[in-house]
Ligand binder design. Structure first.
Ligand code: CTP
Ligand code: MG
Length: 229
């Protein structure tokens, strides 16, 4: 089964506070964005990639695509204000009958096992996500007071990629836009229109690089992967 990829890179990385968009931070001499792209470049099921970048950074991204000799990137386009806007712009380049993966460029450690799991999952329901059980106890807190302790056995932390029949996710995005609904992930829009979402086992190493300390974890993961630890 083949799929197309929307690779999201149009954020600003504010929580990283690095003075540049975090996806351009280098790990082992390659940007986080390049690491992520190369994983999909090497995946045979991935047919084409749309990179959604910040309007001011499209040229930099184009240069990287050239330097890495990517065979799959067929468009580098401008993202929007919110992640959801960036996804919507990416979806405009995907045909209805395709399978589409939506992935954060800030998650460079995605593995074949999870990609294959998502392909199996999306075959079943038309929407599949990666999730791992949460390790911490999660509490709802209001004004510094505990409101409720959640039942941890039911809680999962969700990752990207998320995989969809393009027709379904396009419909979900359109209806969300009409109603002014903003979801924190793409699957939540599919849930919101009443469709099922298959949950596939994620990997704790598939971290999203968000804050400074995540760079330490990222370096450690790369060390393990390159066998130099
Ligand atoms: N993203 C995007 N368009 C946006 C916002 C985010 O394409 N308008 C992308 C980011 O580049 C990132 C992914 O979505 O790869 C996940 O978002 P997040 O981790 O929140 O990244 P940023 O928004 O860049 O970081 P921050 O929220 O700290 O500013
Ligand atoms: Mg953000």
């Amino acid at each position: 089964m083949k799929y197309s990829l929307i690779l999201l890179a149009a954020g600003q990385g504010k929580r990283m506070n690095a003075g540049i968009n975090k996806i351009f931070i280098e790990l082992h001499h390659k940007t986080i964005l390049a690491h992520t792209l190369l994983t999909f470049e090497q995946d045979k099921s991935c047919e084409k990639v749309v990179i959604v970048g910040h309007p001011d950074e499209l040229e930099t991204i184009q240069k990287m695509v050239k330097a890495e000799r990517s065979q799959k990137v067929f468009a580098v386009i401008s993202g929007g204000e919110e992640r959801q806007d960036s996804v919507k712009r990416g979806l405009a380049h995907i045909d209805e009958e395709e399978i589409v993966f939506i992935h954060d460029a800030a998650r460079p450690f995605i593995k074949q096992k999870q990609i294959h799991g998502l392909l199996d999952g999306v075959r079943k329901t038309g929407a599949a996500i990666l999730a791992v059980p949460v390790k911490d106890t999660i509490k709802m807190v209001h004004n510094h007071l505990v409101n409720k302790t959640m039942d941890r056995s039911e809680l999962m932390a969700v990752q990207t990629p998320q995989a969809f029949h393009a027709k379904l996710i396009k419909k979900a995005h359109l209806e969300a836009e009409r109603s002014g609904k903003l979801g924190t992930d793409d699957a939540s829009l599919v849930e919101w229109i009443g469709e099922e979402v298959e949950v596939v086992e994620g990997d704790y190493l598939n971290i999203k690089i968000t804050t400074k300390e995540d760079l330490l974890f990222a370096e450690a993961i790369l060390k393990i992967e390159s066998g130099s630890s």
